[in-house]
Write a protein that binds this ligand. Structure first.
Ligand SMILES: [Zn+2]
Length: 82
């Protein structure tokens, strides 16, 4: 469960709000962006898409961020481990 108002809203209905600093919001934002759409289309992690993952998660966690973005694209309501 989350205490992020935008994540709660997004779990209940189509929602466009994102909270700065919330990893799940960041994943949801990236999952809807053109870089992610293009990466999914070509079937690999493009430099542009990876740069977006890096920007929010850094070089340690960008792959976990990628999994979070994938979960968002599946329509899951993922949580970021704290
Ligand atoms: Zn959130």
């Amino acid at each position: 469960m989350t205490d992020c108002a935008n994540c709660i809203a997004a779990s209940e209905r189509a929602w466009h709000g994102f909270t700065t600093g919330c990893m799940v919001c960041a994943a949801r934002r990236i999952s809807r962006g053109p870089a992610c759409a293009f990466a999914a289309q070509v079937g690999y992690i493009t430099p542009e898409y990876r740069a977006e993952l890096y920007a929010v998660a850094g070089d340690v966690h960008w792959q976990a961020m990628h999994e979070l973005v994938r979960a968002c694209n599946r329509g899951d309501q993922p949580t970021w481990p704290r």
